[in-house]
Write a protein that binds this ligand. Sequence first.
Ligand SMILES: C=CC1=C(C)c2cc3[nH]c(cc4nc(cc5[nH]c(cc1n2)c(C)c5CCC(=O)O)C(CCC(=O)O)=C4C)c(C)c3C=C
Ligand SMILES: [Fe+2]
Ligand SMILES: [Fe+2]
Length: 367
Amino acid sequence: MPASPRFRPEPAFSHGRAARVGLLWCNLGTPDAPTTPAVRRYLREFLSDPRVVEIPRAAWLPLLHGVILPLRSSKSAAKYAGIWTPEGSPLMAHTLRQAQALGTELTARGHEVLVHPAMRYGQPAIGTQLDALKAAGATRILVLPAYPQYSGTTTASVVDAVSAWSAGVRTLPELRFVNRYHDDPGYIDALASGIERHWEAHGRGEHLLMSFHGVPERTLKLGDPYHCECHKTARLLAERLGLAPEAWTLSFQSRFGRAKWLEPYTEPTLQALARRGVKRVDVACPGFVADCLETLEEIGLEGKQAFLAAGGQQYGLVPCLNSAPDWIGALADLAERHLQGWPTRAAADAQALAASRNRALALGAAD
Ligand SMILES: C=CC1=C(C)c2cc3[nH]c(cc4nc(cc5[nH]c(cc1n2)c(C)c5CCC(=O)O)C(CCC(=O)O)=C4C)c(C)c3C=C
Ligand SMILES: [Fe+2]
Ligand SMILES: [Fe+2]
């Protein structure tokens, strides 16, 4: 009996197949529906990733399956139900639109790049989308995580998923990964323009809170650069907006479990601002490139309640970058830099090659 193949089947090799370039735009993932079973499936995959929860498996998995999933799935499902849209989860809708817009922008700049969206947890899975890019002829793939700040919990987990896919593939594409763009001038500019647009449309608060997703404080002590990269993003953004040091604050949200996470926490910071006499605050979430549960529900609803209950009067939520044209332009600039040296201008490159061959022939004929 033949052994079961270790690698997934490949089409027979053929000479002269056009080599294409692919780009995988990877976000975190989101449930398929705002229901307890769908949220439970999503949380099971997400929270089983040892990059996300670093507690030893023997202690964590019984806790996850016995306590966390049964308790959290229904509570989270109710929160998802509150932000769900006719297009589904906001995170999914924005991620799909961003991939489409980035592909259109790269085409307008003369590149032939296949841009596919992917999710680290749930669908469309990273492996499925890499298979699709390969089937479409991509022999070179740039992996671009939707995380401006590097963290082992997010960016490295995308690399793990790509590596797991690679382990089952015979004929691998060339792969490149973008690790970070927390200080990219185009990203900072797009963030600043989004905040300025918000101020023009809704008026300006006395204070700007920049809220980033948190991670356990232990990861900072273990060498994760995430904390420092969030601080650099916030400093550059404040400088670009011309904010005095007392006019803005950085905080971390979305704490999970009882361990200490990066501080200051967002909700107590909002309460402290209100108690200090700030009547009107604006909150932006620069680390999230797409609106999602964490921005719309935790910051848009829970944060607002906390600020108003503590004596604040007006609360502005700045939308995430989503598909703002300047952000898509910045992403295309970033992609162009990381794609350098790969043949993304197939037609133009072939024309240039033919022209230089013709020139060489003409010179040879003249000799
Ligand atoms: C358990 C630990 C978690 C770590 C560490 C963590 C890091 C982390 N997450 C994001 C971005 C997002 N997280 C989102 C939701 C979310 N995050 C956690 C837990 C951790 N995140 C949970 C359990 C959830 C699910 C919702 C809930 O039950 O509270 C989302 C939104 C997803 C959506 O569907 O809208 C994003 C985006 C980053 C950037 C990060 C580390 C830097
Ligand atoms: Fe998270
Ligand atoms: Fe949250």
